[in-house]
Design a protein around this ligand. Structure first.
Ligand code: ADP
Length: 641
């Protein structure tokens, strides 16, 4: 264990606060003792393959459970012990009465033994219960951990289009409520099912062993009515619970929309209308809840009534049998006791049915997610790309997010190693789309994209992306320190390398102003930094990654002049000796590129240097003229008279 290496709490404060002065001597003993009990933390052995060697087994409860054979067997044994020991009571009562209490059979020994065994069975079932809850809890926790990692790992493999098509909210609910449903099923549901099912079998067997005739009468009296009632409960409660689930989803959706749109709501005076709408939504959720309560109470009272009626019938028929000496008093009492216990598991089972249903529905949804194939897959025969020079070719490329509707077509372009090419053109022309094809976030529908003469489809993702740097328009900062964010692509980079990257992009002044320098923690995706600072940080991140090819989406947000100058300086350095594709939103940036590619309506319409294109008098020349006259007007406007 070490104090350094990312332990934010212990990292020596740089720039702010006092430096870490070591552990006070009077605390050293305590710290040593604590460290002595600290378990070894072995290196994690997580491997991530873009293409798993063999497809994982289909998601099912069974497959998840068999990963823990020992815990599963132990839980099963404990459930059997529990079901048997818990049902010993009435049988022992019968023995005590018939062989120790009635005239002619009085025996203190038998009564004493029966009572002692009763007590022992209670202790055994209490102990078994405790271990069983603990074991199934561990089993459920383990299975949940595996499942979460499996789903998360799968999400890491999926292609970009999946995350564009799927709403983030839906994915979050797969990871939260669906997994929780399963957890509930595993933790209580499955063991309850097994235990109650087993209890019913045990009780039925005991009843038949004691007296076949009476057992048959009891079963025939109770089971048909109970079956009908249970069927009704199952069907109607399923419907009612569906209403409850829809209800809560509506409440949450309405709430989140109102909160997100609070500014619009206030400015359009819609508060009263919103309150009325929310009251309706909440009201229908309450109605749904009331309905489930109504159904449960009805079912509960029906089964209870059935129990009482059964006892009445048992008293009449069993009493008659006792009088005719075909049944002992002890057996009659035991029948009474078992009858109550027979109804309980049925009630519990039916009530648990909902948990089971929800768990199954969640499994199906998660299975669907796990069976989604990435649309851009690494070929089985993909080879690692060696060190590249950085030549990029588009050959007759056609691509559309929907394959039927091309967004870019007839794209032929060669970008030479070390060249800086700027894509310009109107919004929606397809510039970013072309950039996404270079990084292989998508595959062309027709044609090929090549890097150093090799089709992107023939190389491994890792070897390709290691040599590609992408700086998005709005850089994403992760929770952690500024240092961790800069070293994102190469977490093992040395301090000197991080500092070199910081200097290269001119971020050192910004870092010096932060309370703890490079160790300052960035909050909420870097909202505490200005957008220019975030851009510089993203450039430092790209610099440190040493990519051969850089794809850079220029920030559209208006930066202040100082940040813009800084970023331009950083770019000059970053682009040196690399192939670069700039999606330029400002002509001032595009002008500096070696060549400019004008994209319009998904086609490349002009290619050439700034001077060539201006001389050609085409689209670029027109864009440049508009821009230049605007810039002139602006500077005239700001010039003091
Ligand atoms: P540019 O970068 O030139 O502004 P884009 O390449 O982002 O343009 O977009 C080109 C076209 O593709 C636009 O019509 C846009 O609406 C569409 N488009 C972009 N991204 C997606 C997507 N993920 N799914 C569907 N259509 C998209």
């Amino acid at each position: 264990m070490s104090w350094g290496g990312g332990g934010m709490g212990f990292a020596p404060a740089r720039g702010g606060g006092l430096p870490f002065g070591g552990i006070p001597s009077e605390l050293q003993d305590g710290v040593d003792r604590l460290l002595a009990t600290e378990p070894e933390h072995p290196e994690t052995t997580v491997r991530f393959e873009q293409r798993p060697e063999r497809p994982p087994a289909r998601l099912s409860l069974w497959h998840l459970l068999v990963a823990y054979p020992r815990l599963m067997v132990v839980s099963l044994v404990l459930i059997v012990v529990l079901s048997l020991s818990a049902q010993a009571g009435p049988y022992l009562t019968e023995l005590a009465i018939d062989h120790g209490m009635i005239a002619g059979h009085r025996s203190l020994l038998v009564v004493g033994l029966a009572a002692a065994t009763y007590l022992a069975s209670v202790v055994i079932s209490a102990l078994a219960q405790r271990s069983q809850v603990r074991t199934t809890g561990r089993l459920a926790a383990g299975v949940m951990k595996d499942l979460r990692i499996r789903v998360f790992g799968h999400l890491q493999r999926l292609s970009l289009d999946f995350f564009t098509d799927e709403k983030a909210g839906v994915l979050m609910s797969r990871m939260t409520s669906d997994i929780q449903n399963l957890q509930q099923l595993l933790q209580d549901g499955l063991s309850q099912f097994t235990q109650q099912g087993l209890t019913m079998i045990v009780i039925t067997a005991i009843l038949f062993l004691m007296n076949v005739k009476l057992a048959l009468i009891t079963v025939l009296l109770i089971v048909p009515v109970l079956t009908v009632a249970s069927h009704w409960f199952r069907v109607s409660s399923e419907r009612a619970y569906q209403r409850v689930r829809d209800g809560i989803a509506n409440v949450l959706a309405d709430l989140s929309e109102s909160l997100q749109g609070v500014r619009v709501v206030t400015s359009h005076n819609r508060q009263r209308h919103n309150v009325i709408h929310h009251r309706n939504v909440v009201g229908s959720y309450r109605d749904a809840n009331n309905q489930t309560a109504h159904i449960s109470s009805l079912y509960g009272s029906i089964t209870q009534l059935l129990g009482y009626l059964g006892q009445g019938a048992l008293l009449a028929i069993g009493g008659d049998m006792v009088l005719h000496h075909s049944l002992s008093i002890g057996a009659l009492i035991a029948f009474f006791l078992y009858l109550n216990r027979f109804l309980q598991p049925i009630q519990l089972l039916v009530q648990q049915y909902n948990t089971y249903q929800q768990g199954q529905a969640s499994i199906i949804k998660l299975r669907g997610l796990l069976e989604t194939r990435p649309s851009v897959e690494e070929a089985a025969a993909a080879q690692a790309l060696g060190e590249i020079e950085g030549r990029i070719d588009f050959e007759d490329v056609v691509f559309g997010y929907d394959p039927e509707l091309p967004v870019v077509s007839e794209v032929n372009l060669t970008i030479r190693p070390g060249e800086t090419v700027a894509f310009v053109g109107p919004t929606g022309a397809g510039k970013s789309t072309l950039a996404k094809l270079i990084t292989r976030f998508y595959d062309p529908v027709r044609g090929r994209v090549l890097i150093d003469g090799r089709d992107l489809k023939d190389v491994t993702f890792a070897s390709l992306r290691r040599q590609l740097g992408v700086v998005p328009q709005e850089p994403f900062l992760f929770a952690g320190t500024v240092r961790e964010n800069i070293a994102f692509a190469r977490p093992d980079a040395s301090d000197a390398e991080v500092e070199e990257a910081v200097r290269a992009v001119g971020l050192q002044d910004v870092i010096a102003r932060l309370p703890a320098g490079l160790d300052t923690v960035v909050h909420e995706r870097g909202q505490s930094l200005s957008s220019g600072e975030r851009q510089l940080l993203a450039l430092a991140r790209a610099f440190l990654a040493h990519p051969r090819v850089l794809v850079l989406d220029e920030a559209t947000s208006n930066l202040d002049l100082a940040s813009e100058t800084k970023i331009e300086g950083a770019l000059d350095l970053l682009l040196q000796g690399r192939t670069a594709v700039l999606i330029a939103h400002r002509l001032s940036t595009a002008m500096k590129a070696d060549r400019i590619v004008v994209v319009a309506e998904g086609r490349i319409v002009e290619v050439g240097s700034h001077d060539e294109l201006v001389a050609a008098g085409g689209r670029y020349a027109a864009m440049y003229e508009t821009w230049a006259s605007q810039a002139e007007a602006e500077s005239a406007g700001t010039r003091p008279d």
